[in-house]
Design a protein around this ligand. Structure first.
Ligand code: TLP
Length: 346
């Protein structure tokens, strides 16, 4: 089976399993788990922030940022295609009482600074208060598009002019860093808080880290405890994250090259609508002209798993277990399915 559902399906490497087995651990709620401390420090340094906090998932990192920056009844601004808006079970409003206001994302995951400016609430007795602007890099639902430092700064400047902090969902910021050849610390520079994940293209089994100022992280730590995310000998997991940071970042370029080859191939298959130039990192989203669920079912029967995005859209994500040969095999399977379904239509 060629599994293109997500880069989250990647298995830990042998080096990770060894590091996990021999991790030097303590009790992280007492803040004396050595491996976790080390991972948090390495992550904060990588992202150019003062402190880091290890969390079980990207979803919890984003939620902690929301809870730390916003009070109940506040409003946060995020992109209309953002992961926080679409894929985090409404946690910001359910658990934080925070209203989520969306501003359109273009096909490259960008928001127009003027739209963000217009969405910031003015002082008015009737209005909630805008207390957070959220950005995403790379942008999951926008074909894994990267945001440049300049694009990030333009939005942050608008927010900061109004005294509003910026949180960057950088679940795949290291993909953006590799793609642009720009250190992640620079990409995260304009943001007040940022998170990224170890459990995606970096292949660690679990985990994410939230980074920001010392004070911000201390407040987020308290929220993490409240949510039940205070973990004990969690260094057994953090140890895999250390290996991920030390050894797995540069190879993300291979996933990008494979995604590009896959996108170019897919774009030439009848029934598929895709501009391969939109594919910048490891995520490909394309439209299928017919019944998209039938398309995906047939594709799986041909040995290729994909994931549903929305409307007519299918997502494929390349990762460490996908080789150039797998790309060719997957393209062969998509061609077969396209032929079958196109023939059935006639
Ligand atoms: N995204 C998952 C699914 O939820 C769609 C995936 O397979 O891509 N921010 C971004 C930009 C993400 O893509 C994800 C995961 C998260 C946050 C949440 O991370 P986890 O899954 O660790 O909670």
């Amino acid at each position: 089976m060629i599994d293109l559902r997500s880069d989250t399906v990647t298995q830990p490497t042998d080096a990770m399993r060894k590091a996990m087995a021999s991790a030097e651990v303590g009790d992280d709620v007492w803040e004396d788990d050595f491996a976790t401390k080390r991972l948090e420090a390495m992550s904060a340094e990588r992202l150019g922030k003062e402190s880091g906090l290890f969390t079980p998932s990207g979803t919890m990192s984003n939620l902690l940022a929301t809870l730390t920056w916003c009070k109940r009844g506040d409003e946060m601004i995020v992109g209309s295609e953002s992961h926080i808006f679409w894929n985090e079970v409404g946690g910001a409003s359910a658990l934080g009482g925070v209203m989520v206001r969306t501003v359109p994302n273009d096909a490259s995951g960008r928001m127009r600074p003027q739209d963000v400016e217009n969405a910031v609430r003015t002082k008015n007795i009737h209005y909630p208060v805008t207390t957070l602007v959220g950005l995403e890099n790379t942008h999951n639902r926008c074909n894994g598009a990267v945001l440049t430092v300049q694009e990030t700064r333009e939005i942050a400047d608008v927010a900061h002019r109004h005294g509003i902090p910026v949180h960057l969902d950088g679940a795949r910021i290291l993909n953006a860093s590799v793609k642009l050849g720009v250190p992640a610390a620079q990409l995260a520079g304009p943001a007040d808080s940022v998170c990224f994940c170890f459990s995606k293209g970096l292949s660690a089994p679990i985990g994410s880290v939230l980074c920001g100022s010392k004070d911000f992280i201390e407040r987020a730590r308290k929220w993490r405890k409240m949510l039940g995310g205070g973990m004990r000998q969690v260094g057994v997991i953090a140890a895999a994250g250390i290996v991920a940071l030390e050894t797995m970042v540069d190879r993300l370029a291979e996933d990008h090259a494979n995604a590009h080859a896959l996108a170019v191939g897919l774009a030439g298959i009848p029934g598929i609508k895709l501009d391969p130039e939109q594919v910048q990192t490891n995520i490909i989203i394309f439209e299928w002209s017919g019944d998209v669920h039938e398309f995906m079912r047939r594709l799986e029967a041909h040995g290729v798993k994909s994931s549903y995005n929305a409307g007519q859209r299918v997502r494929m994500v390349t990762h460490r277990h996908i080789t150039p040969a797998d790309v060719d095999t997957a393209l062969g399977a998509v061609r077969d399915v396209s032929r079958e379904l196109m023939a059935a239509k006639r």
